[in-house]
Write a protein that binds this ligand. Sequence first.
Ligand SMILES: [Zn+2]
Length: 63
Amino acid sequence: MTGDDWVVRPVAGARATKVYRCPGCDHEIVAGTPHVVVWREDDVEDRRHWHTPCWRRRTPGRY
Ligand SMILES: [Zn+2]
């Protein structure tokens, strides 16, 4: 993970109006679920929606 600068933004449940697929567990993030959206600092176009616990598991000690 060294050298990767990830921007992490929480998405409140009320704002999660679409269903996303979490790349961490390959399951859906049901609409209305608070989660996080992350992207690389140098690649704003490629945003990914993750379950908050999946993202935490992927990056111990961060966020
Ligand atoms: Zn997940």
